[in-house]
Write a protein that binds this ligand. Structure first.
Ligand code: HEM
Length: 408
């Protein structure tokens, strides 16, 4: 008989994710691969193939009624807080409109443009690593994980005026929304987000005047339904990409450091064999899964993982659980940086299907360059104190990660 109840599956509590949720994920995959989570009123999908199917069958599993667990759990409607009425956001749009909206920013993700950023990304990472004094404790989050992806996303969006402090404050507000918050904190978040809207609105107005050919300038020339995009829409594209692109990559950077400190033998392997970098990047993403999960809403009755899902039901995909499914990944609970050397099924940390992450190649590049420099600079990485996690139901990030990097 299953011992699974909502008191065990505490998806509504950030602390559940802080205290190793993997034993519960394993039990879910085994005993209830599609679990009815009464507390939230939605199904929970934990098996790889189930999450894969939900992601791929977007005509059945819709994003249009929202994709965030916090919206469903706490009725905060984070997305509409971020996106005022009349403005469309491709994260929560279905085909065919989704393709049109996503296509408008496709130019920015072209391989040539991303590859062209490589030297700049390398420069940013080296600049922050140079400030770390070998042998002395340092907080990895504030000295590396936060500033690197913010500087990179600022370069991606051609936003010289975006400061690390503001981008950090705004992204934190979005990621912490809906997680154990008081009325007062919600109000504060509202003010913080207003600040963010104003900033991006100002940037777009400025670029319209100057007629620049950068990211914003190019987007201002794009057409939707036969008309050029309005300022508000361009501003919201910028802020979505800014948030989507930095908090997730920040978590992945912290995860890389934490995992190499927790598994020194794997770091040793990386030191000995540079050709493991690409595989190590994928394994960090699989094993750690920076994004906790996303929601879908069924548009028709369907059978899923042996359960009858009714039209209108919500289904939540838990990436961290799918990524450790032993039916797909041999020794799934082991961190093995050589795992992706062989042709393995791809992990689901970037999602799959129509909504699959647009920034995957940029994030991968940041991680690859980070590993390249870690292994050429440091003989070992150790943790010097307790790490602290962020209070979020969206991301698996760190608030603090005290560590020490040893020179050769
Ligand atoms: C390690 C870093 C990252 C992780 C783990 C991650 C994860 C994800 C996941 C799981 C999705 C799927 C959403 C869904 O199915 O509803 C997604 C979508 C997306 N990501 Fe990422 N992401 C990362 C980095 C980035 C970066 C750097 C950017 C931008 C430069 C970005 C932009 C996007 C966008 C625009 C979408 C939405 C696509 C759509 O709805 O069509 N992400 N990401």
């Amino acid at each position: 008989m299953t011992t699974l109840t909502d008191a065990v599956v505490r998806l509504n509590e950030p602390k559940f994710y802080h205290n190793n949720p993997h034993p519960v994920y394993a039990q879910l995959r085994e005993e209830a691969p599609l679990y009815w989570y009464e507390t939230g009123g939605f199904w929970v999908a934990t098996g790889y193939e189930t999450v894969q199917r939900i992601s791929k069958e977007a005509e059945i599993f819709s994003s249009a009624s929202g994709v965030l667990i916090t919206d469903v759990l706490n009725k905060v409607d984070a997305v509409s807080t971020m996106f005022p009425e009349g403005v469309e956001n491709f994260f929560i749009t279905d085909a065919p409109r989704h393709g049109e909206l996503r296509g408008l920013v496709g130019f920015a993700f072209q391989r040539k443009r991303i590859t062209g950023m490589e030297q700049d990304v390398d420069g940013v990472i080296q600049r922050y690593l140079r400030k770390i004094v070998p042998g002395e404790p340092v907080d990895v989050v504030s000295n590396l994980s936060v500033p690197v992806p913010i500087e990179v996303i600022a370069a991606f969006l051609d936003l010289n005026e975006l400061s690390v402090e503001d981008a950090f404050r705004w992204s934190e507000a979005v990621f912490q929304m809906g997680a154990d918050m008081t009325e007062e904190q919600y109000k504060e978040i509202g003010t913080t987000l207003e600040d963010m809207f104003n900033f991006f609105g100002g940037v777009v107005a400025d670029r319209r005047l100057s007629g620049s050919a950068d990211f914003v300038g190019t987007l201002l020339e794009r057409e939707l339904d036969g008309s050029k995009l309005v300022d508000m829409m361009v501003a919201l594209y910028c802020q979505t990409l800014m948030v989507a692109g930095n908090e997730t990559t920040r978590t992945a950077i912290s995860a890389a450091i934490k995992l190499f400190a927790d598994y020194p033998a794997q770091y040793q392997r990386l030191l000995e064999d540079e050709s493991l970098i690409d595989s190590a990047v994928e394994e960090i993403l699989r094993f750690y899964s920076p994004t906790l999960g996303f929601m879908r809403t069924a548009l028709s009755d369907t059978e899923l993982a042996g359960q009858q899902v009714a039209s209108g039901d919500k289904v939540y995909m838990v990436y961290g659980a799918a990524n450790r499914d032993p039916a797909i990944f041999e020794r799934a609970e082991e961190f093995d940086i050589a795992r992706f050397r062989k042709p393995f099924p791809m992990h689901l940390a970037f999602g799959l299907g129509e909504h699959m992450c647009m920034g995957a190649s940029l994030a991968r590049m940041e991680l690859r360059i980070l590993l390249k420099h870690l292994r050429s600079r440091y003989s070992a990485i150790t943790l010097t104190g307790e790490s602290e996690r962020i209070n979020s139901l969206l991301g698996n990030g760190f608030e603090k990660l005290p560590a020490r990097f040893e020179a050769f």
